[in-house]
Design a protein around this ligand. Structure first.
Ligand code: GUN
Length: 293
């Protein structure tokens, strides 16, 4: 079994980005700038936004974080998005999800101008990705592709089973794995909460990508000997063995599944760190006008 080291891979990507930023600086070109909007004070969202901003500084990007109170109206948020759309200093804009219940997520996403939508959530980017045009690819699926590519895990002709159909992970992941490119060219099955005979399907997977959002959902009995297992889940579970009072686990029962897998991502230190590295790559692409010109 080979452990796929997402932390190390993400560090390597950040070194590569920092080198690019240095070249931009030396050439007198404006460095990439990522803006994030955070509404409310959800602790997990605060952690994500803080680590995004920290990572920006590590690679030499500019970063701005707009923190708005929980009771911000939809109109105020849309105006903030429009303001950043029109700010020529900013290359990428993300609005941290989930938003408070009184705000329509999709309406906010639809307001972000597609060429700054480095999350790849705008319908224009989703559509462009789907038909193979240049597009921002959502950070988590992009991170999974980079882990496969950088570990030389071939996907062509393989049976890839994706568990979960969210717009952020499962749905784009299934489309990307079926694209005519490497990584890609896989035969893809997309499973979800209504799938019958789930175990029979997951046991056929050469590559199993799990984004179902339930701690320890996948056990060894669901996995074929020699499969590549990618765990996108991240959950806090209570423990008294740890001073923090919790530990992080994924959607996969790591210890028992690792005995059968050929490659596996750990949690933490697998897909998680790759997500931010991917977001930085998308922001760099935006600054260099590689997707839209
Ligand atoms: N919430 C959880 N994941 C994400 C993400 O990738 N982008 C944004 N904007 N919000 C999220």
């Amino acid at each position: 079994m080979i452990l796929i080291d997402g932390k190390k891979t993400a560090e390597q990507i950040k070194i590569e980005i920092a080198q690019e930023v240095k070249k931009m600086n030396d050439a007198g070109i404006k460095v990439p700038h990522l803006a994030a909007i955070l509404v409310g004070d959800d602790p997990a969202s605060q952690t994500y936004v803080n680590s995004k901003s920290k990572s920006c500084h590590e690679v030499g990007f500019m970063s701005s974080t707009y923190r708005l109170p929980e009771n911000t109206s939809e109109r105020e948020l849309l105006e903030m998005v429009e303001f950043i759309n029109n700010d020529p200093e900013v290359d990428g804009l993300i609005v941290q999800l989930p938003l408070p219940a009184h705000i329509d997520n999709q309406k906010v996403i639809n307001t972000i101008v597609p060429h700054k939508d480095v999350d790849g959530f705008h319908p224009v980017n989703v559509g462009r990705m789907t038909i193979g045009l240049p597009a921002y690819i959502p950070a988590t699926p992009f991170g999974v592709l980079e882990l496969l590519r950088r570990n030389s895990i071939s996907t062509t002709g393989k049976h890839c089973v994706v568990l979960g159909r969210s717009n952020i992970v499962g749905k784009p992941m299934s489309l990307l794995m079926s694209r005519n490119s490497e990584p890609g060219n896989a035969t893809v099955t997309l499973c979800h909460s209504k799938t019958h005979n789930l175990k029979e399907i997951t046991k056929q997977a050469d590559i199993l990508i799990v984004a179902i959002g339930q701690p320890g959902f996948v056990g060894a009995d669901m996995v074929k000997e020699g499969a590549v297992v990618i765990d996108v889940g991240i959950h806090r579970v209570a423990t008294d063995k740890n001073p923090s009072g919790f530990r992080l686990v994924g959607d996969v029962q790591f210890d028992e599944v690792a005995k059968k897998a050929s490659y596996i991502t750990p949690v933490p230190g697998g897909v998680g760190p790759m997500t931010i590295a991917s977001l930085l790559l998308n922001t760099l692409k935006s600054a260099k006008k590689e997707i839209y010109n």
